[in-house]
Design a protein around this ligand. Structure first.
Ligand code: DX5
Ligand code: ZN
Length: 216
C-alpha cells in the first residue's frame, strides 16, 4: 500500500483550476500529473508554460510532467525552472535517450522514460539503471478517457522482472485507463505509481476516489 497516485490534470475543470488544485492539495494524492502535448508527437495540444506556472504557484506536492513532444531536450531546463520534480520523456521521441535522462537528473529532477503501447519493454535493457521512473502508456497518448489496453499487465510483469534482474531502482508508473479495477490489477503486477485523469475528475467525490486509488 505504499504506491503513489498522480491525478492527471488533463481532465480537470479548466474554468475552475484553482478549486481543482485546492482539492488535490487537500487530498492524499502524491504527485500532480501534467500532460504536455505539441500536436506533432501526439494528435492533440494540451496546455503550456503559463498554465504550468499557475499550477506550480499553488500546488503543494511534486509536479510529474509528462512530455508528449518531439525533441524534448529543447525544454528540459525550462520545465525545471517551471517547477517540475519528475520529468518524463518518450522513448519514441529521443534520439539520445541516455543523454536526455542524464540531463534531467543533473538538474535534480527524477528522470522518467515513457513507452507507447506498441513499444516493447526490452528496448529499455541498456538504460534501465539510468531511469528513475519508467512510465508505460496503457492507452495511446493524446487523450483522456480511453479504454485500458490489457496487454499492459504483461508488460508490467516483464518490466518488473527486468528491473529486479538489472538491480535498477526505477519505479513503474502507469498512464491511461486507470480505475479501481485496472489499478488493482496493475499493482498486483508490480506497478508503483498510478496516473488517473477521467476516473478522478469525472467522479462525484474526487477526494474519495483518490483515497480509493491510494488504498488499493
Ligand atoms: C494521455 C495522458 C494521460 C491522460 C490519462 O495522453 O498521458 O495522462 O490524462 O487519462 P485517463 O486516466 O482518463 O485515461
Ligand atoms: Zn500522461
Amino acid at each position: 500500500m505504499n504506491h503513489l497516485v498522480s491525478p492527471s490534470l488533463l481532465s480537470a475543470d479548466f474554468l475552475n483550476l484553482n478549486a481543482d488544485i485546492e482539492m488535490l492539495n487537500e487530498s492524499v494524492a502524491d504527485w500532480y500529473h501534467l500532460d504536455i502535448m505539441d500536436g506533432v508527437f501526439v494528435p492533440n495540444i494540451s496546455f503550456g508554460m503559463p498554465v504550468i506556472k499557475a499550477i506550480a504557484s499553488k500546488a503543494t506536492k511534486p509536479l510529474d510532467v509528462h512530455l508528449m513532444i518531439v525533441d524534448p531536450d529543447r525544454y528540459v531546463e525550462e520545465f525545471h525552472k517551471l517547477g517540475a520534480k519528475v520529468l518524463s520523456v518518450h522513448y519514441e521521441a529521443c534520439t539520445h535517450l541516455h543523454r536526455t535522462l542524464q540531463h534531467i537528473k543533473s538538474l535534480g529532477m527524477l528522470a522518467g522514460v515513457t513507452l507507447n503501447p506498441h513499444t516493447p519493454v526490452s528496448v529499455l535493457e541498456e538504460i534501465i539503471c539510468d531511469a528513475d521512473v519508467v512510465m508505460l502508456m496503457s492507452v495511446n497518448p493524446g487523450f483522456g478517457g480511453q479504454k485500458f489496453i490489457e496487454n499492459t499487465l504483461d508488460k508490467v510483469r516483464r518490466l518488473k522482472k527486468m528491473i529486479v534482474e538489472k538491480g535498477s531502482n526505477a519505479k513503474i508508473e502507469i498512464d491511461g485507463g486507470v480505475n479501481f479495477e485496472t489499478g488493482k490489477q496493475l499493482l498486483d503486477a508490480g506497478a508503483d505509481i498510478l496516473v488517473a485523469g477521467s476516473f478522478v475528475f469525472g467522479a462525484k467525490d474526487q477526494k474519495a476516489t483518490i483515497a480509493g486509488l491510494k488504498n488499493l
